[in-house]
Write a protein that binds this ligand. Sequence first.
Ligand code: SF4
Length: 332
Amino acid sequence: MYHGNGRTGRMVGPRELVERYEELDESLLREAHARFPVQVTRSWLRRMGTPDDALGRQTIPVPAELEDGDGDVSDPVGEAALRPHPWLVQKHPDRMLLLLTRRCHLYCRYCFRRDQEGARDPSLSELDEALVIAKASGARELILSGGDPLAVADSRLAHVLASARPELPIVRVHTRAPITAPWRVTEPLVALLRAHAPLWVVVHCNHPDELNEEVDTGLSRLVDAGVPVLNQAVLLRGVNDDVDVLVRLSEALMARRVFPYYLHHPDPVPGSAAFRLDLERGLALHDALRGRVSGLALPRYVIDRPDGSGKVDVATWLRGTPAVLASQREED
Ligand code: SF4
């Protein structure tokens, strides 16, 4: 069933979560919430069985989140030094990432942007300023990120998309909204995205249980309109570190015409130690997945290099950087 009304879009915070799940510790949720919002969508909650299942673990804080973990890094993917403007990140000469908002519909406990300073969103004039810099940079591809770029109003999105061209001809929208807030994929939004082709939507789904009829409706709207949809998942301990789950995820995405693009090794985000697994285990899981799905259904297993130089295949990273790995292990 497709829901598009405001009530369905109401978010669920610590109080309602504690009311629903008596086993939750309200003071823990409130303390975690003060650092990084504890918030899920009503739609997500309908798909979540318990705080300990695959959806619950991604969104309900555990005590370890409030502790310093071994190997935590405050700027895990090295973005801090790569900002030509407070709302831009440039890791590669041909691509520019615009941080359209800090807001998300739902907050993932492993998010690598959880530690951004300040709480406000960019103003329209700050976004315009950032776009001027992005267009003059020589980059050809604009990646809309955040937060979740679909957490902003269509009018703001339309303004940014119209302003980007012609200097930035390729646009990618990195959003979890079609999975977490499927009501956001309205027909006017899809028409807007379609009108700005070539534009690619990259969603973020980690577990097949995140996909249901509501999500299917939104994904079909995008694909039927000719908007290419790709997925990037994060490999998370206790959520999807199981080859059967990864096979089911790839097959479920393919069935929905969504390309399983990336499987990310988790970043060493402060407070996210509970989600981490070692690279060798991740590679073994990916090798097992390779044996079970076609080449088209096999995501690339990648890691974001801590120096900000971007992604690399984990197999290449393990082979090529023994010194870095050795020093990481020493730090652990
Ligand atoms: S939706 Fe994306 S940006 Fe938002 S909290 Fe989750 S991982 Fe972070």
